[in-house]
Design a protein around this ligand. Structure first.
Ligand code: PMP
Length: 348
């Protein structure tokens, strides 16, 4: 049983996140649907799992020395995971972040003492202003600096082979039949897939991808196509090229999801299940519901991934004005009429 004994540090509380049945949003569907609640990690996201392993890989390789600097290109959550580990180890952190990411995430990274550099989102991957290129430049020009490298560091998927995969196997007593996740670096889906398929090769791995990301099309064309990406609002998932940490061969199916469907599901999870999550969790849950509905099989067991906390998106997904400005919400303004029903608001 967890939490019965004190821990040496907050790092020991990472992982062994709860698996929670999503019975309200899956009402009427016979397939059991569960969510792996990684927003329970101390930094509020799945990315806490990879912070320390990536740092330790650099220490072991001799690329990171005491007093060194950790640099990373991050949509925010990896920065938090790294910042937690760096706080305990005494490293300085510098993060680059595309300007589409929420203000809450920028403030959060600064709260941990990290230096944050904001870069334009709408530039090609090889542009010098791209957040990954910018992080590489900072490493080149800063003594003692190393790129944590979530997009290429094998410690990223390996952390999920070592923790997330075995947790899911044990929590479902080996009964999991379908695992649905997004891919940002692809570390989660690749690591979990490697572990689960080693236990049971029949387990299906389904990737949810934002409409506008090129990953789904590259998977369908086996890397032969030349899809051009389009902007989308959901954060932390989707790509404009395939990162080294994403093993496309592990994926059995890709499902593309619109921003509107992703955010609607994040709001439903919060209001119907009491599970407060961000847009990527909504996107994945939307795809997982599609799978569960299609199967309609009580013997199957579908697991979706609840990547991070909704607190990170109070100014966006959970802000009606922002949702409406972006044509993502149909419902009318909250008014006295809508609260009281259609009664005359001016009545005493
Ligand atoms: N959701 C959110 C909110 C994230 O920040 C990330 C990581 N970028 C992911 C999902 C995807 O995780 P991974 O990088 O392991 O594919």
């Amino acid at each position: 049983m967890r939490h019965r004994r004190p821990y040496d540090s907050v790092l020991d509380t990472i992982g062994w996140t709860p698996l929670i049945r999503l019975s309200r949003v899956a009402r009427g569907i016979r397939t059991p649907l569960y969510g792996k609640a990684d927003f329970f990690n101390p930094g509020g996201s799945v990315k806490d799992r990879i912070g320390m392993p990536m740092i330790e890989a650099h220490e072991a390789a001799g690329t990171l020395k005491p007093g060194g600097v950790i640099v990373e290109a991050t949509s925010g959550n990896t920065g938090v995971g790294l910042a937690i580990a760096a706080a305990l180890k005494g490293y300085r952190c510098i993060f680059t972040m595309p300007d589409k990411m929420s203000q809450e995430k920028v403030r959060l990274l600064k709260a941990f003492g990290a230096e944050v550099i904001i870069t334009p989102t709408a530039v090609p991957p090889d542009h010098p202003q791209n957040y990954v290129q910018m992080a590489k430049r900072i490493v080149r020009e800063t003594p003692g600096a190393v790129l944590a490298g979530q997009f290429e560091n094998p410690a990223n998927p390996a952390a999920h082979v070592a923790t997330t995969g075995p947790e899911l196997w044990e929590q479902t007593e080996g009964r999991i039949t379908h695992f649905v996740a997004g891919a940002g670096t692809g570390g989660t889906i690749t690591g979990v897939a490697r572990y689960l398929k080693s236990r049971n090769p029949k387990i299906k791995i389904i990737a949810a991808d934002p409409q506008g990301s090129v990953l789904a099309e590259l998977w369908r064309t086996k890397g032969e196509g030349h899809p051009t990406g389009a902007p989308y609002k959901v954060e932390g998932v989707g790509q404009d090229c395939v990162p080294a940490t994403l093993d496309m061969a592990m994926v059995d199916e890709f499902i593309s999801v619109s921003d509107k469907d992703a955010f609607t599901m994040a709001r439903r999870l919060t209001r119907e299940e009491g599970i407060f999550v961000g847009g990527s969790a909504g996107m994945i849950a939307h795809a997982a519901l599609t799978v569960a509905r299609r199967l309609d099989d009580p013997e199957a067991l579908v697991v979706t991934f609840l990547c991070d906390t909704g607190e990170r998106y109070l100014s966006k997904v959970f802000n009606d004005e922002w949702m409406r400005e972006n044509q993502l919400l149909d419902s009318p303004h909250t008014s006295i009429e809508s609260v009281l029903g259609n009664k005359d608001a001016s009545a005493p």
